[in-house]
Design a binder for this molecule. Structure first.
Ligand code: SF4
Length: 321
């Protein structure tokens, strides 16, 4: 198994259960049972300092719940989340970049105040002059003008607003950025600009990313490691080239097959046998078996463990390897 010497984040058998039952009175009067959804099931991974770890999967697979568990927006139902040390031995600072830059910026605040807020709250600069100069520096770092500090969020395009979100996240000098679909609300050409900016910032500032996306093609050029999630579990985890060159789980193969290829627009594609099942009523055994062309009776009986099949390449499939 691949060892990581200096992990910035260790997620150890973490689970998250949500109670989605009807109100107590309705349950009593209508005889409805309690309903629990296991959004995340015993998920484990480690992120090396300075790397980009991506989690990919369809909507509802639990990837955004993992992001919220890591940032503390949700409490875990089980398992452990541990951080390494931050700069100068202090606790690691974690910041989140959200999917929708429009709703994550206060429309009544000027950009300068939005970015300055964490600097003031955490007393990262000695006075207002230093805070303002730091805000200008951050705006220029993300490709905006220092004068933009006086404007309001509605005066910017979607891509510019995501740049502002990144500047605000950088304002508190974090080591770990959790990016939840940061480009999925943007046009394709703007997506590429934001991804290039994020890669440049990672190199210049030594940042670590936990990157969440539904699109394997988006994370390919960002990631060092990729985990593929399906119905609350990691079904494959591998270094990026290993996953793209030799996907071992049929679900990863399906995701890779859906990436458009400009050089082979008419290539044969494997057929997707339907939609993901409801997490309220997950299939027995391997949750992917209703969609898997290779499924056998054994696949319906027990959940396949995530096995290390070659150096650092793991898959949870009875037939893989
Ligand atoms: Fe398909 Fe069986 Fe592997 Fe699940 S365990 S992915 S059903 S072959």
């Amino acid at each position: 198994m691949m060892q990581i010497n200096d992990p910035i984040l260790t997620v150890d058998r973490v689970s998250k259960r949500f109670d989605v039952s009807a109100p107590w009175l309705n349950r009593v009067l209508e005889g409805k049972p309690r309903l629990l959804v296991n959004a995340v099931n015993e998920v484990s991974f480690t992120i090396a300092r300075g790397s980009c770890f991506s989690i990919v999967g369809e909507s509802g697979c639990g990837k955004s719940t993992v992001a919220r568990l890591v940032t503390g927006l949700y409490a875990t139902s089980g398992g452990d989340i541990r951080f390494g040390r931050g700069a100068e031995g202090r606790p690691v600072r974690v910041q989140m970049i959200f999917q929708d830059p429009h709703s994550s910026l206060n429309p009544r605040w000027r950009i300068g105040d939005i970015i300055a807020e964490p600097i003031r709250e955490m007393k990262l600069r000695r006075n207002e002059a230093e805070t303002n100069s730091r805000v200008e520096e951050l705006l220029q770092t993300v490709g905006l003008a220092a004068d933009d500090a006086r404007k309001f969020p509605h005066e910017f395009s979607g891509g510019q607003r995501q740049r502002i979100s990144i500047a605000r996240a950088l304002a508190c000098e974090p080591e770990l950025l959790v990016c939840d679909e940061p480009t999925s609300a943007l046009d394709v050409s703007v997506q590429a600009q934001i991804l290039n900016l994020m890669r440049r910032l990672q190199q210049e500032l030594g940042l670590t990313y936990l990157f969440i996306s539904h699109d394997l093609s988006v994370v390919r050029h960002m990631s060092d490691m990729i985990a593929v999630m399906y119905l609350g579990r990691i079904v494959e985890m591998a270094p990026v080239e290993s996953l793209f060159n030799q996907p071992l789980h049929p679900y990863s193969q399906l995701l890779l097959n859906t990436i458009p290829d400009i050089h082979a627009p008419k290539r044969a594609r494997c057929v997707d046998n339907g939609e993901p099942p409801s997490p309220l009523n997950p299939p027995s055994g391997c949750a992917f078996h209703p969609r898997c062309a290779l499924a056998t009776d054994a696949c319906r009986e027990a959940v396949p463990p995530l096995r290390d099949l070659s150096d650092g390449h793991k898959a949870a499939c009875l037939l893989a390897g």
